[in-house]
Design a protein around this ligand. Sequence first.
Ligand SMILES: Cc1cc2nc3c(=O)[nH]c(=O)nc-3n(C[C@H](O)[C@H](O)[C@H](O)COP(=O)(O)OP(=O)(O)OC[C@H]3O[C@@H](n4cnc5c(N)ncnc54)[C@H](O)[C@@H]3O)c2cc1C
Length: 390
Amino acid sequence: MIRDFDITIVGGGHSGLFLAGALAGQGWRLALVDPQPPVPPDGPPDGRNLALVRSTREVAERYGLWSALAPLACPVEAVRVRERPGGARLATDMQELDGRPFAYGIEHGALRRALAEALAGLEHRPSFFQSHLEGLARDPDVRLLTLSDGRRLATRLVVGADGRGSRLRGLAGIRLDAWSYGQAAIGFVVAHERPHHHTVHEWLRPRGPLALLPLPGRRSGITWVEPEHAARALVAEGEDALLRRLAEETDHILGEMRLASAVGSWPLGAQHARRYVAPRLALIGDAAHGVHPIHAQGFNMAVADIAELAGALARAARRGEDPGGADLLLRYERARRWANQQRIWMTDGLNRIFSSEAMWLRPVRSGAIRAVAALPPLRRRLARSRMRLL
Ligand SMILES: Cc1cc2nc3c(=O)[nH]c(=O)nc-3n(C[C@H](O)[C@H](O)[C@H](O)COP(=O)(O)OP(=O)(O)OC[C@H]3O[C@@H](n4cnc5c(N)ncnc54)[C@H](O)[C@@H]3O)c2cc1C
């Protein structure tokens, strides 16, 4: 038996769940496919943490999802950047802009669970298939999907939200440009003695950036980038040595610290799909693009994709149009691919300039930060570009 849907989302991570929440009120027959349970069990946090920028909050509000995220998210009211070893500093406060938070710190697992719970509470939630996508075929009017448990779905549009290794992207024959940075990000959460004052602290170091992201309570998320071998060695040294090194690297600003999550390590690379669409198929989130975490953009880019696609699908629903129409898909690709390409180049450039031992780059880096610090209009412009992806 083949089940029929208008839109099937493959992948129920952050991007797939957010898109499902945005589409749930539009009247489509929706399906969501992911091998993990619809609401993940409440296990120990894996250490990853995310900064959700202002435009992400606005899109979440538009689709009624923000009320589920707000209690778990800590407003970011100030950003302090320090460059090493040059010592240049850059400080931006929300009062310099419009007095509203730049971003919100949230844990990776908490975000996923909150999105899943919000979706489970919706009246028109998608039919959920706890399975892997395995096969893809094409008819003029539908895409036929085969799942790993043998079930088959026919859908007028299939959306790939299945992450960096996207099976859907591979099955559709969409090619990928990808490269590695030879770095890994160590991620964990600490509980600490001194308040974080809702401030993001970022150290730009030749080995890689290190950031403290405020979380609710006296807790902060750490994203600490090192060359891959150094990251492995740091994690292997164990909790005491890791926290000692963290205190030294962060000038002891949080006081006494203790671990409040597992310690994870993620190899870093960037990638970009050459196409975001194919007949009756679209890619969003990490399935379409992956960036270095230096600028905290990855999921925020996904939400900008979702805003564009969900907006186009809402118009199609009102006009009674086909959700997999070629014009709709091409407009989506045109709106998002170039915008994401620029973000990929920007984060790539920043990482190459700031994560480099080259002596000649040192005065360039310090000079650039001092120039931005001395020019408030430029500082405000950079802050706006970082917090607005739409
Ligand atoms: C250290 C680190 C720090 C980061 N910091 C930030 C930050 O501050 N701000 C920010 O915006 N972003 C940040 N990011 C990026 C962010 O975590 C990702 O962009 C985001 O989580 C991607 O979500 P996704 O749903 O697109 O992909 P994923 O989270 O990879 O989800 C993919 C889903 O697809 C499912 N799936 C896979 N294969 C199949 C299949 N065959 N069939 C069905 N389902 C399948 C998986 O089970 C999974 O649920 C960071 C990333 C890292 C590693």
